[in-house]
Design a binder for this molecule. Sequence first.
Ligand code: BDP
Length: 740
Amino acid sequence: MLAITAVTTFLPFSSEKHAAGRLTTAFHALLAIAALLAAGMAQAEDGYDLWLRYRPLPDTQAALYRSHATQLVLPVATPTQQATRDELLRGLGGLLGQAPSVGSAVERDGAIVVGTPASSPVVARLKLDARALGHDGYLIRQTMVDGRSVTAIVGQSDVAAMYGAFHLLRLLQTARPIDHLDVREATRMSLRVLDHWDDLDGHVERGYAGNSIWDWQKLPDWLDPRYTDYARANASIGINGAVLNNVNANAAILTPLYLDKVQALAKVFRPYGIRVYLSVKFSAPIEIGGLKTADPLEPAVQRWWRAKADEIYARIPDFGGFLVKANSEGQPGPQDYGRTHADGANMLADALAPHGGIVMWRAFVYSQTNADDRAKQAYAEFKPLDGAFRTNVLLQVKNGPIDFQPREPFNPLFGAMPKTPLMMEFQVTKEYLGFATHLVYLGPLFEEVLRADTYGKGKGSTVAKVIDGELDGHKLTGIAGVANIGTDRDWTGSDFNQANWYAYGRLAWNPQLSSRDIAEEWVRATFSNDDGFVKRVVDMMMLSREAVVDYMTPLGLHHLMGKGHHYGPAPWDASGPRADWTPVYYHRADHEGIGFDRSSTGSNAVAQYAPPVADEFNDLKKIPDAYLLWFHHEPWSYRMRSGRALWDELVVHYTQGVDDVKQMRATWQALDGQIDADRYRKAAVFLGIQEKEAQWWRDASIAYFQSLNGLPLPAGYAPPQHTLSYYESLSFPFVPGHRP
Ligand code: BDP
């Protein structure tokens, strides 16, 4: 209908004779059909456009906005300014059905004025002070220029102005009022980074959306348009860095052959404010430098890294720096030479410092030769090094003390190293949460961690305040998300996984945001502004995180996934090569009870937290149910707050998880017809897979634990669909994201 209206409006009015009139009518009809087809094709949704779809808004809404988007007044001298103009034209053109004209002077009411005081004389005259908002911050305000009303988007840098432009587009996409805007946005987080675990052969470690989007073979010549769209998507949510390669790094990335390719990508990303970083292998001086050692205190090694840094910066002047996984899971590191993590990090930091680069040194370490609780090892290793790092080093700490589980308590390093900038590491790819097909919105997980109170400096010392520098006065601050992006047409393996990329970016910009608000924004931009639709989908997303916790690892259980690939349940697995990779290490269940005793009577991991937190986790009367089996080993008959025995409570949670997925599925089914058929159908089918796998998780877990405790299921709860030996017999040698 819309398409026909559009076509007839564009057709010239015909007052020819009858025959000609008939011809014209036929011509009209043909054109209308063509337009319908074209519109149909344009409307086909395959997820590629992410949350930047810019589909036409309903006429009434568009009409309201058009009067505030009559003209674009902005400088177009730099690539960032040009990209800002292009995005606004694309966005406004798509949403409003007409793109504004572009000029350098305000000619009519309703102009959008964008720029910095230095780049735009119009902005300079406005005297709107954005300096307090920092390099990336911006303001958006309705004001007057020469007697004309304008919307001004002002920042101190081109990139800030671009962020402001994306903000305005977001308001339009989410159907927000824009007639009395007074927005002031700033971020305390200086590094908002995506970590790609991409290998040079195109494989993505823990990637469930196809191969690496970096086509190393065709780089540096062929610049896939996807690179630009990737940069646009990131800029739209404020992500300003990309680590291109896997933390399990290949030293070849530092050779001239690959640096040429990295340079080409950096050039594509630069206009969008995105810096590139590389994961480096600590033994690179040996592997590609011909040295006999990588000892960080060895002058030849130091010289090699300095020269390497110089070489990189000669190609990429705004190169961000290095990410390092050292002495972790078999990776080389300074400890190979009897040196500390600080020795290693500082050596690299010194090489980068002259160029303004930084080191993100990972705290994800644990050792198979260390008999102590794996959850304690990173703290034990790094806490004593607080204050020993150069000022351009950040310690990148995973959100929890084990490894990206559906739920973990916050990592005890947060709040415990005040002299060191700690960088959050979240996992956006769902390695332990059902891979691509499970609908799990991670916003609530991120929010739960960011809001956790470390008590590092007394009450209110939230993880968010630790990482954004507020608590300890750090200027260098950062957050990293392990990307879920691949070559799949929808980028992330499912449309709903895009929400996790989005939520990560929005929280990286402002860790205080609410995950529900973010979900709402995303649903509006991605699917529909229909309030009923939005509410139901947001409710479903908000339920999804607790659902996965329940059907996989309720009440503080963790790491019970199939070994190596982490697909599906395998709580029975006790096989090699190392104990702390086996589920039995983590649940410690036997005939009598279940749970990992990390209380003061057990491994005493609780002591790594500040006293009020330690006390809460240690005390059975205070510990939230959600963390019970993370910190305590209790008998199956242990009486829960609900009045149920622990065993019964576990079964209730497992079952609840499956029921939640059923409910999510029913919610989605009721929305059939409200969005395009393709995206609807894919999510519907994936929810079916999720339901099957949730059932599998529940049943396999119950069958196994029941084989230990011999207890009956609570009344009314269905027994597992198969025998334990059936579940144990399942094998998955070719799971994606994993190299067997
Ligand atoms: C684990 C992954 C593994 C990563 C490792 C890491 O299973 O693939 O290499 O973390 O973060 O979650 O280094």
